[in-house]
Design a protein around this ligand. Structure first.
Ligand code: AOS
Ligand code: ZN
Ligand code: ZN
Length: 386
């Protein structure tokens, strides 16, 4: 197979998971700007996600959030997804929207609150059993605001205890993905603030505990591709939460703030065999002012473009330049790939897969946007900014 054919084949099998909450209304703590036609139920979120998959061909699964997507019958929800041509993906837990969690959830000083939080996580694994989801994604808002507020070490012990109980409950083929975040909502300490802390816990738990890299959860200037390379090397990169940031956890469209960073990350994914290692490629975004479905289609396309560029890196030339200490030459190999306009290649890939080469105009032509505005009244809030 030529290199171009190999790149095309990889692009055709790429899978980007879209988050249910990105289809619903969301906002900042200042205001939620409600949009017309947004989903009123988890089923309608899946209907919209199916449209993203229909026009991009590479968004076959949808991440759920419990309780935002709570239903009585998860098997029926999985069937609804299947009927629409998509499937249910990662289950995201929520231990941050209850009054009980003022001082934390699994790290809370009170054992009764920790029990409540762990029970919720165990319920999420029950849901995974019903939906057939393989991944449980854990993000904890736990932390403290003031020095001395709680014992940093004791909180780590409580975290380890909770994670162990949930890890032991996982069934065959299920994984626990632990996400880290620099700060927010806690401002002084965060209990899982960085990849090192997440990795240390995962290492103790076992191979089915892996780290999630949310691209928006780092300090400015952090070399995220280094983290990606390291976690892949240690076989602990469970997945990505893709999004873009300018300031904090902005959850903007992936590849919109810094497409070069996304390319550098995807280069390390390609280099580290991340397409075949079980790494999940998820979006974690909120579309506060832009139209939601087109924004998600755009995001999926941005991931595809960065991936295509990374696949076009001339690995042989790069290795040769690196081995001979050719600093400028090595850098030029990467930049050549980054500066390639891959849009014609991706149009070809789509046509070869029986898709319209331009997903955004195809979606606009489909009439779906008008249909949902006419049919859906009173769409729901995602949960953020509620
Ligand atoms: C929060 O900042 C995180 O990015 C999480 O991934 C969060 O759990 C997700 O946005 C929805 O639950
Ligand atoms: Zn995230
Ligand atoms: Zn986040």
């Amino acid at each position: 197979m030529t290199e171009l054919a190999a790149a095309k084949a990889a692009l055709k099998t790429q899978a980007v998971e879209t988050p249910s909450w990105a289809y619903a209304n969301s906002g900042t703590r200042f205001k939620v700007f409600a949009q017309q036609g947004v989903p009123r139920t988890p089923q309608e979120k899946l209907d919209d996600a199916a449209k993203v998959h229909e026009f991009t061909g590479v968004a076959p699964s949808v991440a759920l959030h419990i309780p935002w997507d709570k239903v009585d019958d998860y098997t029926a929800l999985a069937e609804h997804a299947e009927d629409r041509g998509v499937r249910l993906g990662t289950i995201n837990s929520n231990t941050f929207q209850d009054d009980a969690y003022r001082l934390g959830s699994v790290c809370h000083p009170d054992a009764a609150v920790r029990r409540k939080a762990v029970d919720h996580l165990l319920e999420c694994v029950d849901i995974m059993d019903a939906t057939g989801s393989t991944d449980l994604k854990l993000w904890f808002a736990d932390g403290t605001n003031y020095p001395g507020q709680d014992d940093i070490r004791a909180r780590q012990d409580r975290l380890a205890e909770a994670l162990t109980e949930v890890y032991e409950r996982l069934g065959e083929g299920q994984r626990m993905l632990l996400e880290y975040k620099l700060f927010e909502p806690a401002f002084y300490t965060t209990d899982v603030p960085d990849w090192g802390t997440a990795y240390a816990h995962c290492l103790k738990l076992g191979p089915r505990a892996q780290v999630v890299v949310d691209t928006g959860h780092h300090a400015p200037g952090t070399n995220i591709e280094f983290i990606v390379a390291t976690l892949l090397r240690e076989e602990r990169l469970g997945g990505f939460d893709f999004n873009s940031r300018f300031y904090a956890d902005d959850d903007l469209m992936v590849g919109s703030a810094d497409p070069f960073q996304l390319f550098r990350i995807m280069h390390e994914v390609v280099r580290g065999g991340g397409f075949t290692s079980g790494t999940a490629f998820m979006l974690d975004q909120c579309h506060n002012i832009e139209a939601k479905i087109p924004a998600i289609i755009r995001s999926v396309m941005n991931v595809q473009e960065a991936t295509a560029k990374a696949l076009l890196v001339d690995a042989g030339a790069l290795a040769a330049a690196q081995a001979s200490g050719d600093v400028l030459g090595a850098n030029a190999v990467l930049m050549d790939a980054y500066n390639t306009d891959v849009r014609p290649l991706l149009r070809e890939v789509r046509e070869e897969s029986g898709l319209d080469p331009d997903p955004l105009t195809a979606y606009a032509r489909s009439g779906w946007a008008e249909k949902i505005v006419a049919e859906r009244v009173g769409g729901e809030q995602a949960g953020w900014g509620a």
